[in-house]
Design a protein around this ligand. Structure first.
Ligand code: SAM
Length: 246
């Protein structure tokens, strides 16, 4: 298969979104073939902690009978380590990676990032509006920012708390604002680079990548997500408009 997007001389950014497990998808990419990884994994840990009421996962449900928003990634430390190892292999040297965590997964898995990458910081995404919870109700998520090798940010005026309104009742469960990924990419890519997201969901990272003049290679295990992300990228490259965000 290979990552053909990189070799196309034309300036038009290309994209592809595959239906695949993240490890299979990464396993098929060549060593050092992507320039930036931005990703928002489907951690199972948080949901295990957040089973409320009758043990259901909080949120909007899909088809009747579906008890989960989407399939979770089995984020035991061994699997997460393999995932990071693959991310490290496919990332070109002297490039950046951004991995999103909720508080629970940061405590259980975040430290593994330091075994593979040079961790440079933890960014707080302030979602502005308060979310679910029985204790302190959540209004933030975290992004671990790290480097393979050495690379500065493109700019020196970027703070590590990002106040961006979360998406309420989006087209896809846990759809993130494009702006969130755009903030990751602004310091880390140049036009023509390849951005990768192995948990692409509705394709918000893809839209941010295309808007930054980059190509995009992503995957998601859900057929619905892949269909949505593909339609979104296609509409964006044709019209210049993102159909899921104004
Ligand atoms: C938190 S969501 C990503 C949302 C995305 N950032 C967006 O803005 O729409 C995580 C995604 O991971 C996908 N997923 C779960 N397990 C996976 C796996 N093993 N490999 C790839 N994708 C997986 C889910 O289908 C879900 O779309």
């Amino acid at each position: 298969m290979g990552l053909a997007v990189h070799d196309v001389p034309d300036a038009t950014p290309l994209w592809r979104v595959e239906r695949s497990d993240c490890l299979d998808f990464l396993g098929a990419l060549e060593d050092g073939s992507v320039d930036c990884i931005v990703t928002d994994p489907a951690y199972s840990g948080m949901n295990q902690h957040m089973q409320f009421g009758r043990g259901r996962i909080v949120g909007r449900y899909g088809e009747p009978g579906n008890s989960r928003w989407f399939q979770e990634f089995h984020d035991d430390p061994a699997t997460f380590s393999r995932f990071l190892e693959e991310c490290h292999r496919v990332l070109r040297p002297d490039r950046h990676i951004y991995v999103m965590f909720d508080s629970f997964s940061l405590l259980s898995l975040g430290a593994l990032m330091r075994e593979r990458f040079n961790v440079k910081g933890v960014i707080v995404w302030d979602k502005v509006n308060i979310g679910m919870g029985h204790y302190f109700r959540r209004s933030h998520e975290l992004v671990v920012f790290a480097c393979k090798g050495r690379r500065r940010l493109n700019r020196r005026d970027l703070a590590d708390v990002w106040r961006i309104k979360r998406i309420h009742r989006g087209a896809y469960p846990t759809q993130k604002p494009v702006e969130l990924f755009a903030r990751m990419l602004v310091g880390s890519v140049e036009p023509g680079m390849v951005v990768c997201d192995p948990f692409a969901g509705s394709g918000s990272s893809a839209i941010a990548a295309l808007a930054a003049g980059c190509s995009f290679a992503g995957a998601d295990i859900s057929a619905d997500a892949v269909a949505l992300a593909r339609a979104r990228c296609s509409a964006y490259t044709t019209t210049g408009r993102d159909p899921l965000e104004a």
